[in-house]
Design a protein around this ligand. Structure first.
Ligand code: SF4
Length: 90
């Protein structure tokens, strides 16, 4: 059912496998100075996982980013204009 509701033209390119996501997340850990603490990361993901803009369980419809990747970075914020659901970290 889920497959049928997707756009046929782009569904192959927007669905990202667990393996690819895990590889992306692992790459972020190569430079610990740019990533948030585990607590902040989990809090961000909890927000994303209950957000109506989350698509396929992986991707933010507003930024086009894989949330498990984007949420790792201190210098990233939720892209919701005017009222981001999570903020950058200094
Ligand atoms: S980054 Fe913001 S808008 Fe995107 S899924 Fe997460 S909470 Fe929602």
């Amino acid at each position: 059912m889920t497959e049928k509701s997707l756009c046929r033209g782009c569904s192959d390119s927007v669905i990202v496998t667990e393996e690819v996501i895990e590889e992306l997340v692992k790459e972020t850990e190569e430079d610990l100075s740019v990533i948030v603490s585990d607590d902040v990361y989990e809090a961000r993901l909890k927000i994303c996982n209950s957000c109506s803009s989350l698509r396929y369980g992986t991707t933010c419809a507003l930024s086009g980013s894989i949330v498990r990747y984007r949420a790792k970075f201190k210098n990233k914020a939720c892209p919701l204009a005017g009222n981001p659901k999570w903020e950058k970290v200094n």
